[in-house]
Design a protein around this ligand. Sequence first.
Ligand code: 3PG
Length: 244
Amino acid sequence: MTKNVKSKLVLVRHGQSVWNEQNRFTGWVDVDLTEQGVREAKKAGDLLAKEEIRFDVAFTSYQKRAIKTLWMTLEGIDQMYIPETKAWQLNERHYGALSGLNKEETREKHGAEQVHIWRRSFDIPPPQIDADHEYHPANDPKYSHYDPAILPGGESLQMTTDRVLPYFNAQIRPFLEAGGNVIISAHGNSLRALMKDLFDVADDDIPGFEFPTGNPLLLELGEGQKVLSARYLDADRAKDLPAF
Ligand SMILES: O=C(O)[C@H](O)COP(=O)(O)O
């Protein structure tokens, strides 16, 4: 049976960041890519070039690790001309008071089980960060044009999903619905939120899925954005995908 592909959607997690390398909780802290992260982002472009997809529009977060990954990927496919929208709703989940801490040291202090709950539960947020802390978005000039009341100080995956999906449905789905091809460069947990919706994954199962850094996930979508096919372009660095 032939697949009736209406649109293509590429999800790419940013290449390795400085704090990925240092094993620190990152969230909304705006750290840069490492040299390895740059190589991963460029490779994402090389891999995507082989697919010969013409994109209509790109989306990314307010965070430079995802923005630069998008730019290098678009450069690799010679499509830097496409419209590009940045939205804080696609940011990584806010890691609250854990932001900046080393994950191993936090395990030593609070126990591996507690750290696993903070990292991989669906609905348990990390401890909130103080409103006057430099890592609270209300104190970051990037977000000064937003009402501080809507800016998070620590999010569970569920809270992340609750701000990613309304944005996706309102701003990105219409392009897919119209048959457009879309690329989104974002983060481990904002991409999990999208994966949960697109593949209809249960709350308890979604934290178990990992997005490799800088490895584009290509989805072919049919009517109503039903997933018809899904594969990571770097098969050697692929992770498990939900059933569809
Ligand atoms: O924000 C972070 O620290 C990482 O990007 C994702 O962290 P996690 O693996 O703990 O979800």
